[in-house]
Ligand binder design. Structure first.
Ligand SMILES: C[S@@+](CC[C@H](N)C(=O)[O-])C[C@H]1O[C@@H](n2cnc3c(N)ncnc32)[C@H](O)[C@@H]1O
Length: 329
């Protein structure tokens, strides 16, 4: 009898532990279908279902959940209105909505984690489709920019950098922030994904000191050395067996005393172990993505390739995200 009670109690505990998921799910659906915008002013469910051309029962249920979570509230004349809107992701149309993170979690991370049983059973991994997810992934990285940029700027100032190479530059956010401050310095971004490289070019078209090349960095050969090379949020795209060669190339492409700036989540780091282990669990379901590096791995690679470790600073402590700065000896 006691055993049965304990089982029920345990089941209840798991259900309660899962409640935060409901908040994320609700916010994700609202962001993805821009439903929060529809209820900014009081509106009836019928009105919104018609205007958005969506299934009414499901919309009604989403609204019910929203009311219990205090994302929405009832207004007069059977209408619904946004509640605590400041907590919710802003519109998709805005450049920096936290919704992109929800989208990545819900469309990529959670499904990948749920595929563990079948991947384990079938002794296989899946393929990361960058055509499908490349743009979302590049956009979520942009959210980190604000925290990481001051570290980068410190390096720019301290070492009087005149030329920058950004490997895996995504939509070119770091280059753009640098270009706004240093319009005369030579900057090159390398991005393998055609659509993402196009976005970067479009965002940077006003600057004539910047080149965005749609290339695989492993096949790239620069015609001049650089003072600073960046590899931001890139290490999980590089096979650990190629990381030594990657460091060697960075060293070869840098001028004497050049700087190598790396932004990455790290495994088994002092901070943010839970988050970094979750990231790793996600990355490792894909045969074309790789485990995030550990601090020890990065230090060993630096040592083997003639770099001095200048600094290793947490950017988002709870996420185990770090900025690492190496100097070519
Ligand atoms: C997570 S995003 C980070 C973008 C940007 N560096 C940032 O931190 O915001 C990583 C980018 O690296 C690109 N990438 C991955 N492997 C690459 C390769 N071999 N050559 C060039 N770009 C690559 C991906 O397409 C993706 O846009």
């Amino acid at each position: 009898m006691i055993g049965e009670m304990a089982k029920i109690w345990r089941a209840r505990t798991w259900m309660k532990k899962n409640v935060p998921f409901l908040y994320s799910w609700h916010a994700y659906v609202g962001y993805e279908l821009e439903l929060f915008e529809s209820f900014k002013k009081p509106a009836s469910i019928q009105q919104v279902a018609l205007a958005k051309n969506v299934e009414m029962d499901l919309l009604e249920q989403w609204v019910e959940v929203g009311i219990t979570l205090k994302h929405l509230k009832r207004a007069s004349k059977n209408r619904i209105k946004l509640k605590n809107g400041w907590k919710l992701p802003s519109s998709k149309k805005e450049a920096f909505s936290s919704g992109v993170l929800l989208k990545e979690m819900m469309e990529l991370h959670i499904p990948a984690l749920l595929s563990y049983p079948s991947l384990l059973r079938n002794q296989t991994k899946q393929h990361f489709n960058s055509d499908l997810h490349g743009s979302t992934v590049a956009k979520t990285s942009i959210l980190l920019e604000r925290f990481a940029f001051p570290k980068l700027q410190k390096v720019m100032k301290k070492f009087r950098v005149n030329s920058v190479l950004d490997l895996g530059c995504g939509e070119g956010g770091y280059i753009r922030r640098l270009a706004d401050r240093y319009p005369k310095k030579r900057m090159v971004g390398i991005e393998i994904h055609e659509g993402v490289a196009r976005e970067a070019r479009e965002a940077l078209k006003a600057y004539d000191n910047i080149d965005i090349l749609n290339r695989d960095l492993h096949e790239y050969e620069p015609d001049q050395a650089f003072d600073l090379i960046m590899a931001n949020n890139l290490f999980h795209y590089i096979d650990p067996s190629r990381r030594l060669q990657f460091f060697e190339k960075a060293s070869e492409w840098l001028d004497k005393k050049g700087q190598f700036f790396v932004l990455t989540p790290m495994q088994k780091s002092k901070h943010g172990k839970q988050f970094s282990s979750a990231f790793n669990s996600f990355f490792m379901t894909f045969r074309n993505l790789y485990p995030i590096p550990s601090q020890k791995e990065m230090e060993t690679l630096a040592k083997k390739t003639g770099f001095k470790v200048i600094s290793i600073d947490p950017i988002v402590k709870e996420g185990g995200w770090y900025a690492l700065c190496f100097k070519k000896k």
